[in-house]
Ligand binder design. Structure first.
Ligand SMILES: *Cc1c(COP(=O)(O)O)cnc(C)c1O
Length: 449
């Protein structure tokens, strides 16, 4: 009763994100009554494992005691204060800790309230830096094909997923797109590293050609999450860091999705041993509790803005909720869990469990690729295993897996024909097995003709 009532009222008044609303004529809407750990529960008592961390934000489970109580504690002091001219303990502690755990050269934190806004901040700061140091001709950005950096106009411009971007093309910034080193496309017998190194030639060429007009290269280190969880070798990032130095172009690492342990290390950049000029963080930053994002940058960038007011070099950018104390308190509790529970180390057994459980898919005639980076595992459905020819997108095969999952305790939300697991780190081996079992049966159903 309650559930039916909510569904009806929802569809009468809520316009949902990233959704063709007409789909809800056949797709169930699922109002959630409560959530605990990896489990979501609806009003009819059905339970679902949140295999995708509620869009990649949740790290330590829903209704996490430590994070909840940290927020409550902050709430008892005060809820929000502007960050211009004023400050608070939570944002100071958080900044110190982020600077401590991120790559070495990052030493200043600028806050926003969602990932896309963080990307906008990085773009504007990079451009503005070059202007401040007397290089106003640098106005463009280089991105990778199949990349994703958010939905606001600037961030969308830097992405390359046509489903999100194409229709808005007339509104967007002009970018220089370089072919992605995505390992899926490597030749048979070619290693991921060899392919990444080979593909880097395109980047080198673009940098050489455009260095005088380019502010920055932006990448999602190691995994292009929204671009169907495509993955590439870390050597690409190492080469990119060297080339950005050589050609005097900034490197922006968008770790909004891959940060906070998703790829097996705290930050994906660590695997390449690099330090970017800008690092964007959001999503897991608050453990999945509250919207908060941050751009970390170097003293070198900061200094280019630091001058007498009259010279008008300041970064005049703000968001109303910049550095929100409740969000910062959640983030501090999140970082505390990483440390006190030694999460990066503890996740290793979960990572192994996923890889072992997914071995069963190796010989499946309609699975073209099984790939994993740390706590992200993806299975790509294909029409033809030999050629990796994909299914026509109109067939929406992945959606069949989604529907099957909902009936069998799993919130799997495929990206097109890619089924993936990116769960909160509190998942157990048994729950992983259950998830992979459900995915397996869903895939059987989705590929049977
Ligand atoms: C989700 C995401 C963003 C955008 O973050 P929002 O908070 O959704 O605006 C940007 N970059 C990457 C890599 C992301 O995955």
């Amino acid at each position: 009763m309650k559930s039916e009532d909510l569904k009806q009222r929802d569809l009468a008044s809520v316009w949902h994100p990233c959704t063709q609303m007409k789909d809800h004529k056949f797709l169930p809407m699922v109002p959630i009554k409560k959530a605990q750990g990896v489990w979501l529960e609806d009003f009819d008592g059905n339970r679902y494992i949140d295999a995708i961390s509620s869009w990649w934000v949740n790290l330590f489970g829903h209704s996490n005691e430590k994070i909840s109580s940290a927020i409550k504690q902050q709430l008892d002091c005060f809820e929000h204060v502007l960050l211009a001219g004023f400050s608070h303990e939570a944002v100071i502690n958080l900044s110190e800790q982020l600077i401590e755990i991120t790559p070495a050269s990052l030493s200043k934190c600028f806050y926003a309230d969602n990932g896309s806004s963080a990307v906008e901040v990085a773009l504007k700061m990079s451009f503005h830096y070059w202007k401040n140091i007397g290089q106003p001709k640098k106005t463009k950005f280089i991105n990778l094909s199949n990349s994703y950096h958010g939905e606001t106009i600037g961030a969308l411009s830097l992405g390359d997923v046509s489903l999100y971007k194409e229709v808005y093309e007339p509104l967007l910034l002009d970018v220089i797109t370089v072919p992605s080193p995505d390992s899926f496309n490597r030749e048979i017998g070619e290693s991921e590293r060899e392919y990444a190194v080979r593909m880097f030639a395109h980047m080198e060429e673009a940098l050489q050609q455009h260095k005088d007009e380019v502010c920055a290269v932006i990448v999602e280190p190691l995994v292009q999450c929204a671009g169907n969880m495509r993955m590439y070798d870390s050597s690409y990032l190492t080469l990119l860091r060297m080339a950005c130095d050589k050609y005097e172009v900034h490197l922006i690492a968008d770790e909004i999705a891959v940060g906070f342990g998703r790829t097996g290390t705290m930050f994906a950049c660590e695997q390449a041993g690099i330090s970017p000029d800008f690092m964007c963080l959001s999503k897991g930053l608050t453990g999945g509790y509250l919207p908060l994002s941050v751009v970390l940058t170097t003293d070198h960038v900061y200094e280019a803005f630091y001058d007498d007011y009259e010279n008008l070099t300041a970064f005049m950018h703000s968001h109303s909720y910049t550095g929100n104390p409740l969000g910062c308190a959640a983030a501090l509790a999140t970082l505390d869990i990483f440390k006190s529970e030694n999460i990066i180390e503890a996740n290793k057994s979960l990572i192994k469990e996923f890889s072992q459980q997914c071995e069963r898919f190796c010989d499946h005639p309609n699975i073209g690729d099984i790939r994993q980076r740390g706590m992200i595992t993806a299975i790509e459905l294909v029409k033809d295993k030999a050629t990796k020819e994909s299914y026509p997108w109109q067939q929406r095969r992945g959606l069949e897996v989604y529907k099957y999952g909902l009936k069998h305790k799993a919130l799997l939300r495929p990206l097109g024909n890619v089924i993936y697991f990116m769960p909160p780190y509190v998942i157990t081996a048994e729950e992983i097995q259950l998830l992979v079992d459900v995915a397996e049966r869903g895939i059987e159903l989705a590929t049977k003709d």
